[in-house]
Design a protein around this ligand. Structure first.
Ligand code: FES
Ligand SMILES: [Fe+2]
Length: 391
């Protein structure tokens, strides 16, 4: 079955959900221990066995479109440098000078080489050590052995993925199981990067759980989301540990019924929307006006996460007025995400640390959360012979 046919079947399921007041359900509720959100050992295990092992989406093609473009960032406490070389290849490095450990680049920009600001050693866009300043006084340096430490990195479907452990395998096909085809079909690599905002919230899983269900739309988002999208009416598909969440709109019947059935699968944002989840920490909401891509980074302590909200659009900003509208829209999305979802997350963190309950429970209708926690547990078991969760 091709992608559009498959999406047509999903659209039909979502139409049935709205017309008959149904939602995706699994066979039973799933308890999750409260300490999963508060315990320091669990948090460390998540860093080692998940965040330092799986491919993380760290940047967008549209963020570094030109040779020489670079971006530095903090990824779960690790300083990372992503750089596009002259030949167009993107690489990721630990942003740590081989002399005495200072960062070799800051912020974002474009440059032919990186000069460490401490003693001015210089590195190429490919991470090779090019020059030691005042080399005659320094003594012998094996330049080939003192380049930047490279991280496994691959650019695919408009995104730049890396693994935070040097020399670790980076198997995007096994991790995504065909999920990236959606982004290739959307021509995501040709989109325009509009900017980002940062917000701080509770434990990364408290925040992430909020992106995985629509059960809370009517009560938590009565003015912002619920007018477009009914509460507790959600479809889930798994692609390995990743999830495509289908949210039918209230108007799905009037959007789809007049169209021939074979067009139903090509109507994203007309009658239904998708949130695409990259395990473990990315949520992508595609909308025509603006697309929000949340990257959740755990830390610096178990009770906090830092979320980078990135904004992209198919068309580049047209003029100053369009640019101003985009800025307003970005701030609006950021404010809704923070005020409506992250503020309650901070209260939840306090609640969980109070000792009130030994566990929490995800309902039969909260399958996205169950699936995410099942996959998280699968990684934490660190035994690839265990059966993988299935949707
Ligand atoms: S730490 Fe980079 S040149 Fe000294
Ligand atoms: Fe929400």
């Amino acid at each position: 079955m091709d992608r559009i046919e498959q999406l047509g079947d999903v659209a039909e399921i979502m139409l049935d959900y709205v017309e008959n007041k149904k939602t995706f359900q699994t066979d039973k509720p799933m308890p999750v221990p409260t300490r999963s959100y508060t315990d320091t050992d669990q948090w460390r295990a998540e860093m080692e066995l998940v965040f330092k092992r799986v491919p993380l989406m760290l940047a967008f093609t549209a963020e570094l479109p030109n040779p020489g473009d670079f971006k530095t960032m903090d990824a779960v406490g690790l300083p990372v440098l992503i750089s596009r070389a002259k030949d167009g290849t993107v690489r990721a490095f630990l942003n740590v000078c081989a002399h005495r450990g200072a960062p070799v680049a800051e912020g974002k920009g474009n440059c032919a080489r990186f000069t460490c600001k401490y003693h001015a050693w210089t590195y190429g866009q490919d991470g090779k050590l090019l020059a030691v300043s005042e080399a005659g006084t320094f003594g012998e340096v094996d330049k080939a052995a003192r380049g930047l430490r490279e991280l496994p990195c691959e650019e695919r479907a408009g995104m730049i993925f890396a693994c935070l452990t040097p020399n670790a395998p980076l198997d995007l096909d096994n991790h995504f199981r065909g999920f990236l085809e959606d982004f290739a079909a959307l021509d995501f690599a040709g989109w325009s990067y509009l900017g980002s905002r940062e917000i701080v919230g509770a434990n990364w899983k408290i925040a992430f759980d909020g992106y995985l269900e629509g059960y809370h739309f009517a009560s938590l988002h009565p003015e912002t989301i619920a007018p477009r999208t009914p509460s507790n009416c959600t479809h889930y598909e798994g692609f390995g540990p990743n999830i495509r969440i289908g949210f039918p709109q209230r108007r799905i019947s009037e959007a789809l019924r007049p169209l021939p059935r074979e067009q139903w699968g090509s109507q994203e944002n007309n009658g239904y929307d998708f949130v695409r989840i990259f395990f473990p920490n990315v949520s992508i909401f595609i909308a025509p006006e603006i697309t929000q891509i949340a990257q959740l980074f755990p830390g610096p302590t178990p009770d906090r996460n830092r979320t980078v909200l990135n904004y992209l659009r198919r068309e580049a900003p047209r003029d100053d007025e369009d640019r101003a509208n985009i800025e307003a829209m970005i701030n609006f999305f950021r404010d809704v995400t923070y005020n409506e979802d992250y503020v309650i997350g901070l209260d939840i963190q306090k609640g969980l640390e109070s000792g009130a309950h030994d566990d929490l429970v995800f309902g039969r209708n909260e399958r996205g959360n169950q699936y995410f926690h099942e996959w998280l547990n699968w990684y934490l078991e660190d035994d690839p012979s265990l059966p993988e969760p299935v949707m």
